[in-house]
Ligand binder design. Structure first.
Ligand SMILES: *[C@@H]1O[C@H](CO)[C@@H](O)[C@H](O)[C@H]1NC(C)=O
Length: 943
């Protein structure tokens, strides 16, 4: 949610003064303007980034000290890197890992203060496998692991090249852009001498390790830059008691032209060459009405990139939580600008290559190289490290109705009743900040919501849920239990002088719990219990907004970097983790309130690597514009590639008023995106579906119903995701990795391996061109019309049409009864749609459990595979036991049939003749009422 003027009703003087500042600030954020870029730094306004971005190529001062390298008892290769300019020694550790991964770390050999290493993101400390040295001479060392990965470590300049079975796939520091700022004492000669450096005073007289034999006189004094110890942006001064501490390194991907990932940006799926002055930025920020086609930072950060070509996919994970920039260049980029005439100059045989330059403000260099080789392998490797996605409760993948705000209990009841009145399914009604007592989260406005338990019970009786917003800023009011407890226990973050940090957010003056501390997260989690959260019920879930964290009067609308967290770490070290930690505490709280039996649901705006373990995220404050609808697909695809599969964009657009065509198209798109929620800003007109023209309402109703029918398919995809890390919503290239025509496609995508979706995102469009890859047919899910691949076809996209196609060779499960909400569909029967490939076969799967508890971890689920071949459709169990369903098989639709059978029989305990009919020019066979329980083994035989 974005800032706007909030009413102040506190007469306290200090508060009023802050209100004035706050008011001036919030006026900057009034709707109707695009993002005010001057609130956010450019790379040139950021001290450490300036010191990295223009490092000249090919002049690296770093050398690997080859004599120091050894394979140690744990199998890890360790040695030192020398900065030949200043004599500082760094340690390098290179870990070969199982499952075709490599990790390397660079740190100071003897730092005067430990440097931050990101905790709580890796789910395992991966065990190293042994390097074996193949060759060693005076200039390089070549070592290999048993999994076929070889590293060539070159001494001068320091460089590493990684080969996968003799093929070069990663080069480290090939352009010599590495820079590792060692910690130092502040020189007295710099300006403001009278202000002693605080960090300098605390440290013992430890000297950084320098190489001994080097003569001190040979070493250059590094120039002190004014922003190394203090830096000012707008009216904010960042005091840096520990001085410069940034790190940076360059990576090349030889043989690759396409890189992806590193969300969150409102940008294309295939990442663009950036140029040093416009790098991608990762720094969680509350950006008001963000612009499209930008490398600017947004709410979340995942420093994970993938490179893909026809032969392989690889991944690069830069484990650092500080402000980070990534500059991308490509030796083929100029071709797309100047056309193919450059080929003659450069030579057609040029091996393409993407070069990337990464730099972060603090921490260490801790990097994982993932060798794939398939797109699926890379995600599986990445989520082995950072955790598999959680399995969402069934209701949470259905439709959500949100608005800032549903005003009171009566309003909620009306909205709930209208869904029934208009026969539109809906699972969840959401309440934004106005439901609270003065933006004190985990409380209620007693006038508007006098009896929240009653309201929640009313929804529960319908099978519906509610979500309330819970933000991390805590209103500084001693009568507010969360503030009182936080203050009494010293749970809030501090300023450098040790006082409680105060920031401005929705409630006015606020404090921010230090969620990097486990005891603080446990406290917060305990406050979500039903005893503590008055009026809450088991059908109440929550939503974490503003957790970047948003601080209205802070630099770039976030927390000051010199704020102090647990163990003396600065906010600068942990910034991109703050939102993840808050999300974690809320998800944990929900699990605990049920005694550990029920799955949580928490939506978060901020995110980091590992967020997939805790809940869903959305793309924040978008706008009701066609461009934002279009951008939602590449944005979500990029986040999915970064291991976070449960993702959505506000349907309809948060700011501004969509016209009916835009709103209708947005519902159609949202129905085929993983997290499906309509949301709107408080200043917008009400836009619930029944307020529209009857035609529009019906189209939206059909889109939502199509979503509900496909819930078994979606749920199966989310189960797959929780096992493999694969997102349900996938770029085309993930399923067709050898088809280069798909590599930068972002206006169409795959759901699993079965459905191709090409949502309409252009005003007035009534047709669209769709690329159908592969050699098998694709069937329109409404008309069953077959499109043959590989080819581009122009397809109908009238206002009531969502272009969705089922791939020949797949089987998709649906539940087609229309219900009020997902919990009422539990016992409903299934339809299986079997789309045949050219060979006349198909397969698919179905996952079923109770939809809400953790019982599935004890095998209490059904997981079945369906296979059609040689005119036989078979169902068999893949795994699972001890879970039973009442659902039965109602209908089987077989598309793409070559000949019509004379007889169709069901073979289970007995053999039964089934009735069937054909349609669509005898290409589609509908088999009626097999009636067999979906959890059993059965065969349907056509003869
Ligand atoms: C997940 O899906 C992939 C392909 O889409 C498939 O190969 C794999 O077997 C599935 N795994 C599970 C556990 O569902």
């Amino acid at each position: 949610m974005a800032k706007r003027k909030s009413t102040c009703n506190n007469s306290n003087m200090a508060f009023m003064q802050l209100s004035m500042i706050g008011l001036a600030l919030v006026l900057l954020f009034e709707p109707g303007h695009a993002v005010d870029k001057s609130n956010f730094k450019t790379v040139d306004q950021c001290g450490f980034a300036r010191r990295h971005k223009d490092i000249p190529e090919g002049q690296s001062p770093y050398a690997a000290v080859l004599d120091s390298f050894h394979i140690e008892a744990d199998g890890v290769m360790r040695g030192n890197i020398l900065n030949t300019k200043n004599g500082i020694l760094l340690s390098l550790e290179v870990f070969g890992l199982e499952d075709r991964m490599v990790r390397f770390k660079v740190n100071e050999l003897s730092p005067i203060r430990p440097r931050y290493e990101v905790p709580d993101v890796l789910v395992v400390e991966p065990t190293p496998i042994r390097w074996k040295i193949n060759k060693q001479d005076s200039t390089s060392i070549e070592a290999a692991t048993s999994s076929g990965i070889t590293v060539l470590l070159s001494s001068e300049p320091f460089r590493m090249d990684f080969y996968d079975n003799k093929q070069l796939v990663f080069s480290i520091n090939p352009r010599g852009l590495m820079k590792f700022e060692h910690q130092r004492e502040r020189r007295k000669s710099v300006e403001d001498q009278d202000q002693p450096a605080e960090g300098g005073e605390e440290v013992d007289n430890v000297e950084p390790a320098v190489v001994e034999e080097q003569e001190q006189e040979e070493l250059e004094e590094e120039p002190e830059e004014p922003d190394m110890w203090e830096e000012t942006f707008k009216s904010h001064t960042d005091r840096k008691p520990y001085g410069p501490s940034s790190i940076g390194l360059d990576f090349s991907f030889p043989g690759f032209e396409h890189v992806y990932g590193i969300p969150e940006h409102a940008d294309s799926l295939a990442l663009k060459p950036t140029g040093p002055s416009d790098p991608y930025r990762l720094y969680n920020l509350d950006v008001f009405e963000y612009d499209l086609d930008k490398r600017m930072a947004l709410y979340g950060s995942v420093p994970f990139m993938q490179a893909h070509n026809k032969e392989r996919t690889v991944g690069l994970f830069w484990l650092n939580a500080a402000e980070t920039y990534i500059d991308i260049s490509s030796n083929t980029a100029d071709k797309s600008v100047f056309g193919r005439m450059f080929d003659y100059v450069k030579g057609e045989s040029d091996v393409p290559q993407v070069d990337t330059h990464w730099y972060s403000e603090s921490g260490i260099i801790d990097t994982f190289l993932l060798f794939g080789p398939s797109p699926m392998d890379v995600l599986s490797q990445y989520t082995d490290l950072t955790g598999k996605p959680f399995l969402p409760p069934l209701f949470s993948i259905a439709y959500h109705q949100c608005r800032w705000n549903y005003n009171d209990e009566e309003d909620v009841k009306q909205v709930d009743a209208n869904f029934d009145e208009h026969d539109i399914p809906c699972d969840v009604i959401w309440l934004d900040i106005e439901h609270t007592d003065g933006k004190r989260y985990l409380t209620w406005d007693n006038h508007k919501f006098p009896d929240p338990g009653r309201m929640l019970d009313h929804l529960a009786a319908k099978g519906r849920k509610m979500v309330t917003i819970v933000d991390p800023h805590v209103h500084r009011d001693n009568n507010y239990h969360m503030y009182k407890e936080g203050k009494d226990n010293d749970y809030f973050v501090h300023k450098q002088d040790g006082s409680e940090y105060e920031g401005w957010c929705w409630p006015g003056s606020s404090s921010y719990p230090d969620f990097t501390r486990k005891d603080v997260r446990d406290w917060w989690a305990s406050r979500l219990s039903h005893d503590s959260y008055q009026g809450s019920r088991p059908n109440l879930f929550n939503w974490n907004d503003m957790n970047e964290p948003s601080v209205f009067n802070g630099p770039e609308v976030t927390m000051h970097k010199d704020v102090v967290h647990a163990d003396g770490w600065e906010h600068r070290d942990v910034h991109n983790l703050y939102g993840l930690y808050f999300h974690m505490a809320n998800a944990e709280g929900q699990i605990q309130r049920s005694g550990g039996t029920e799955r949580p649901f928490t939506l978060s705006r901020a995110f980091y690597s590992g967020t997939q373990r805790y809940g869903a995220i959305w793309t924040g404050d978008n706008a009701a514009e066609w461009g934002h609808l279009k951008a939602s697909n590449p944005m979500l695809l990029s986040i999915g590639l970064a291991g976070i599969p449960f993702i959505g964009a506000d349907v309809g657009g948060f700011f501004k008023n969509p016209d009916e065509e835009l709103l209708t198209r947005w519902y159609q798109a949202g129905a085929y995106q993983p997290f499906f929620r309509a949301h709107a800003h408080i200043d917008t007109k009400r836009r619930e579906p029944w307020l529209l023209q009857p035609e529009s309402k019906l189209i939206i109703r059909n889109a939502i119903r199509a979503r509900y029918a496909l819930l078994p398919f979606w749920y199966t995809l989310f189960h797959n995701s929780s096992q493999t890390g694969l997102p349900p919503m996938r770029p085309m290239w993930m399923e067709f990795p050898k088809d280069a025509d798909t590599f930068s496609m972002e206006d169409q995508y795959m759901l699993g391996n079965a459905l191709l979706v090409s949502p309409i995102s252009d005003q007035g469009s009534r047709a669209t061109s769709v690329y159908f890859p592969g050699n098998d047919p694709w069937f329109d899910v409404d008309t069953f019309f077959a499109y043959q691949g590989p080819a581009t076809h122009n397809v109908n996209a009238d206002l009531d049409k969502i272009p969705v196609f089922q791939h020949g060779g797949s089987i998709v499960p649906r539940k087609e009864r229309v219900r009020r909400c997902s919990s009422l569909t539990v016992d409903d029967p299934y339809t299986l749609t079997v789309a045949l490939n050219n060979a006349g076969s198909a397969n698919g799967d179905l996952y079923i459990d109770d939809g809400h508890s953790f019982d599935y971890k004890q095998q209490k689920y059904i997981y079945r595979q369906f296979t059609f071949s040689a005119n036989k459709l078979e169902s068999r169990a893949l795994s699972g036991a001890g879970f039973e369903t009442n659902s039965w098989l109602e209908r089987v639709v077989i598309i793409g049939l070559k000949s019509v059978p004379k007889k169709v029989e069901l073979i289970s305990q007995t053999i039964t003749q089934l009735s069937f009919s054909t349609s669509h020019n005898r290409q589609v066979l509908t088999i009626r009422k097999p009636g067999v329980n979906i959890g059993q083994d059965w065969t349907i035989r056509l003869s």
